[in-house]
Design a protein around this ligand. Sequence first.
Ligand code: ADP
Ligand code: MG
Length: 589
Amino acid sequence: MSTFQDLGLNNDLLQAITDLGFTKPSEVQEKAIPILLGSEGDLVALAQTGTGKTAAFGFPMLEKIDVNSKTTQGLILSPTRELCLQITNEMKLYGKYCKGLNVVAVYGGSSISEQARDVKRGAQIIVATPGRMKDMISRRMVDISKIQYSVLDEADEMLNMGFKEDITNILSHTPDDKSTWLFSATMPREVSAIAKNFMHDPQEITVGNKNESTSNVSHEYYLVNARDRYQSLKRLADANPDIFSVIFCRTKRDTQKVAEKLIEDGYNAGALHGDLSQNQRDLVMNAFRKNQIQMLVATDVAARGIDVDDVTHVINYQLPDEIETYTHRSGRTGRAGKTGVSMVIVSKSEVRKIKSIERIIKRKFEKKDIPDGMEICEVQLMSLANKINNTEINHEIDKYLSSINELFEDTSKDELIKKFFSVEFTRFYDYYKKAKNLNVSADGGRDDSERVSNSKSTRYFINVGSKDGYDWMTLKDFLKDQLQLGQDDVFKVEVKDSFSFFNTENELKEKVIDFFTDFKNNGRFVNVEVSENRGGGGKRRGDRNRGSGRRRDDRKGGGKRRSEGASKPRRSNSNSGGSNAFKPRRSRR
Ligand code: ADP
Ligand code: MG
């Protein structure tokens, strides 16, 4: 394993790398940087999203250009405005010690004359979307006749989006002897064609297997009736109180609709798609980056390449038309070494697609059940309990303590706890007490034949979760190892942020509880308790309530205007907030 020094970068760049906190190069960087620094040839690099491609081409370009000249020497083409801005920002960070460096972003939906002015001031590097670039060339607002380095980033996506003509046109204005560096997650025929037609004998590098998804993402699917899609989405969100997610829909219209409904139902949601203005998209993205939006509902195109590190869940509200796209979607989570979950909500007519996706990503999906109402109530309750337990006391409260104490003089501790929790819990309980089972079995009808519903199993609560580095697979392994159990003895493992649930057969209950009495892991007591809920599909057949009642009578900030409510804190002044109301504002950074 080499270091950035070994790769041959100069001190200005190394200093910026240190500031960024990159300790060692990623695989694509390790492979691409020496090639790009060492030769003037062309390169085709295949690497999934989240592997650090921007730095793989960014650092060599910065090393090679002449900052003392005002001539445009590097051109980076990328499919979307968001990506274009993201790359521009990264390049500025990478080059922050390169005195005189000027990187300019050129993209649609923003003033073309302002961008032209910025370019005129002497941009050594232009980062552009193809449409706007072509436009500026035809209006003679840019001169790319002297560029030495061109990058086609997310080449497969640019071609998917129909930019082939524009790219051809743009490249025809560049010198023949420039170097072209093509980066792509996949290598469909159109990309090979570009490589063949526009590049000279390129070196090729591949990181991981083509199209394969990262191993720290687990894949799950949920089989429901198509009409229950939205309810299912809400339950998945409610069952994961700390969710920070991208939700993919197939069309702009669905994207907008789902986001609006979520906002109306009290979630911190926002929409991202091509029908929004640039300004609206920026607002939504900023809110998402700041974690003010927990559920970003997006189209594939708009979300492509978006680089937000802490995404915990990707939810495929609908599967993409082209199953290859699934790789890009699931690549929004499990970034920067973190674990993530990619969930797919499928109806019976789509379920065969899961098999095709498994072949492409070379990973197995786990079929899971949409949690039932009581399971969600329990998760939310335990999540709240954990948060309270971890809360630092604010001593400003001390001065009110005597009057509060007076009020509760005759209330026992038990009673007080119950009252306190009921403030939040009752809202959930009222909403979910009559919720039906949304799961459909593969052979038809609702799925109530789960092993968990025959009351032979015990469900447990354990106070370790993804914060402790577990996902359902590693937690299952951990439990199996510790308890010396067989492959199928631990099931229904659900990992949340700071706690988890799992099931065993009833016979094992004593063993499990005994084992974890006084058990410490990394110096911390691991606490296991029997959960009231047995987990998995409910047994509420015949229950007519669709669970679609509104849980929020205060609709301030509701999505009446596009993405407007999105950036607002969710429960500014309401105590009747939506399902995620347990959550305090989070600060992940
Ligand atoms: P890609 O273009 O392959 O999808 P990005 O270039 O957007 O990936 O990088 C993904 C994330 O990883 C970014 O947040 C980036 O800052 C970070 N990153 C890139 N290289 C490194 C590194 N060597 N060490 C740590 N983090 C890195
Ligand atoms: Mg990228």
